[in-house]
Write a protein that binds this ligand. Structure first.
Ligand code: IMP
Ligand code: MG
Length: 176
């Protein structure tokens, strides 16, 4: 059995959308500094591209939360694998995620971050699967809403592979 990737959102469409989000965020944060928090590892590619399109001062930090392992279904178990390096108190924080699925990871993470007293706390995601939501999450910036399909690329993996694809695709299994 081999795997094939069907393109769902091509590279040009992703780049275009990130440029739009970057412009919107630059406008919304005018006169401020935005502190981007990347949720590893999936958010890395999106955060880097987004950061390049933001024109207000940007600082960045990274955090890792586990929820999935190598499976394609949420375990419901969420734990902090790597915490932030810097305190976020008083900062205008924008969390950058690859995808919001059940919302379990994000609702847990946002609660933790809120307790650390940032000046503001917002959420930006590359992808959202609204039909899959179990826990409500307020999303401020979404690049794309997608149907309930397992996607890879632009930071998203299937068993740690395909993160480096410059587009977003769906894994399809071939019977040969
Ligand atoms: P949630 O807690 O169910 O919202 O899960 C969010 C996390 O699950 C994301 O940050 C991804 O790491 C992973 N995930 C959810 N859906 C997909 C997918 O379609 N492809 C790859 N990873 C996914
Ligand atoms: Mg993730």
């Amino acid at each position: 059995m081999s795997e094939k990737i069907r393109v769902l959102i091509d590279e040009q469409a992703v780049d275009q959308k990130i440029a739009e989000l970057g412009a919107q965020i630059s406008k919304d944060y005018a006169g401020k500094e935005v502190h981007l928090i990347c949720v590893l590892k999936g958010g890395v590619f999106f955060m880097c591209e987004l950061a390049k399109r933001i024109t207000v001062p940007v600082s960045m930090d990274f955090m890792s939360v586990s929820s999935y392992g190598n499976d394609t279904k949420s375990s419901g178990v969420v734990k902090i694998v790597k915490d932030l390096d810097e305190p976020i108190e008083g900062k205008d924080v924008l969390v950058v995620e690859d995808i919001i699925d059940s919302g379990r990871t994000l609702s847990y993470l946002l609660e933790i971050l809120k307790n650390r007293k940032p000046a503001s706390l917002h959420l930006c995601t590359l992808l959202d699967k609204p039909e899959r939501r179990v826990k409500p999450v307020e999303v401020d910036y979404t690049a794309f809403n997608i149907p309930d399909e397992f996607v890879v690329g632009y930071g998203l993996d299937y068993a740690q592979r395909y993160r480096n694809l410059p587009y977003i695709g769906v894994v399809e299994l071939d019977e040969d």
